[in-house]
Design a protein around this ligand. Structure first.
Ligand SMILES: Cc1cc2nc3c(=O)[nH]c(=O)nc-3n(C[C@H](O)[C@H](O)[C@H](O)COP(=O)(O)OP(=O)(O)OC[C@H]3O[C@@H](n4cnc5c(N)ncnc54)[C@H](O)[C@@H]3O)c2cc1C
Length: 343
């Protein structure tokens, strides 16, 4: 990369906001798709939208490729740098800018961690619904670019259903605002185009997120089965009974064993488990939960554990959410296949 571009970048982000050292750049050579590696020409860590705008404008003027990066946990290689390009690392833009409980929304910079959004509003009885398993470490900017979902997306949808508005820098350096203070702003759904575009359309610098009220009741069970087919039958039975759980997650033996070795959730040693969670109004949840138990028994569950405390529920979810990373014990790298079928 030409030295005057590097000098220009350093002038924008300051000497502590630029990484040029070969060894330090190794940090950024891959994301969660570890099979693909490429060191960036240079990495910059802006602290404001204005700095992002100036960096992008400089790249545009000098025809230098650039890629945005959040926490680098993406599984599709979206944050893979260009060897002759600039990697714009958003981790220093990690402030919560505004919490607006009466209107159920929060405004954050893109480097804020997913789980930190829920933590910021938990005291007021609210949370942010999309919960990727990587939520302790992945950023809202990355979530937005990947349209991330999590265990609870069956009922609550994906990131696209919870982003109200964004501020973003287009590839020529123009700062734009899309969406608005509420869901489904009038006009073309450009926000819907941006969410899930893997950072190819703009660098997001501010995000307004929708918050949900914590449900009055939550019930979670873990059911063990002798085969994945039997567990699958239970899922069909639950959906067939007209129940939309907050989450239904299945794990097979390989995954159960890997998660057990990693975080010791004390799962049953079996061929398949299902974790089923219902939430909503108290009376509704307790009636439907009984029906879920019946369906699991009809599908020949060999064991059913019900989470009696928040700690037990957290243990079920810790085992499930650690599963992806735990697969590293089985294979150093692997591809994830997501299949969607109507049930
Ligand atoms: C153990 C593990 C579990 C996971 N579980 C889930 C899961 O349950 N559900 C799920 O959906 N995903 C999951 N993922 C994938 C990953 O965590 C998500 O895709 C997450 O949203 C990526 O966030 P990040 O901050 O790491 O983004 P990065 O990996 O840094 O970047 C991802 C993409 O976002 C773009 N980007 C980042 N910041 C910005 C910005 N400010 N503006 C524009 N573009 C930007 C990048 O260019 C790239 O294309 C998991 C990953 C791991 C490693």
């Amino acid at each position: 990369m030409e030295s005057h571009v590097i000098t220009g970048l350093e002038r924008i982000v300051g000497p502590d906001g630029i990484v040029r050292d070969d060894g330090e750049l190794l940090t950024y050579e891959t994301d969660g798709l570890v099979k693909l590696r490429s060191k960036p020409g240079v990495a910059v860590l802006p602290t404001s939208a204005e700095q992002v705008q100036r960096v992008v404008r400089l790249c545009h003027e000098h025809k230098v490729p650039f890629v945005a990066r959040g926490q680098g946990t993406g599984l599709s290689g979206g944050a893979m740098p260009h060897p002759d390009g600039v990697l714009i690392v958003m981790t220093r833009m990690n402030r919560i800018l505004d919490v607006d409980i009466p209107n159920r929304r929060i405004t954050v910079e893109p480097g804020v961690m997913n789980l930190d959004v829920s933590k910021a509003v938990a005291g007021a009885g609210y949370y942010y619904a999309p919960d990727p398993s990587s939520q302790v470490i992945c950023s809202i900017g990355g979530n937005l670019a990947e349209n991330s979902g999590g265990a609870h997306c069956l009922k609550y949808g994906f990131t696209v259903h919870h982003v109200l508005g964004v501020e973003a820098v287009l590839p020529d350096g123009e700062l734009v605002r899309l969406g608005g203070p509420a869901l489904d702003a009038p006009g073309l759904d450009l926000l819907g185009v941006l969410v899930g575009s893997e950072g190819t359309l703009a660098v997001v610098t501010k995000v307004v997120l929708n918050l949900l009220r914590k449900p009055a009741a939550v019930e979670t069970l873990l059911a063990a089965f002798d085969s994945t087919e039997a567990a699958g039958n239970a899922v069909s039975g639950i959906i067939g009974a007209g129940i939309i759980p907050a989450a239904v997650e299945m794990m097979d033996r390989v995954t159960i064993e890997a998660a057990e070795a990693a975080v010791h959730p004390n799962f049953p040693k079996t061929e398949a488990i299902l974790i089923v969670e219902l939430d909503g109004a108290e009376a509704d949840v307790s009636a439907l939960f009984t029906r879920v138990e019946e369906v699991c028994n009809e599908a020949r569950a060999s064991e059913i554990q019900i989470a009696r405390t928040a700690e037990q529920r957290a243990r079920f979810w810790q085992g499930r959410k650690a599963a992806y990373a735990a697969m590293g014990r089985v294979s150093q790298s692997y591809y994830v296949q997501e299949v969607v079928i109507p049930v």
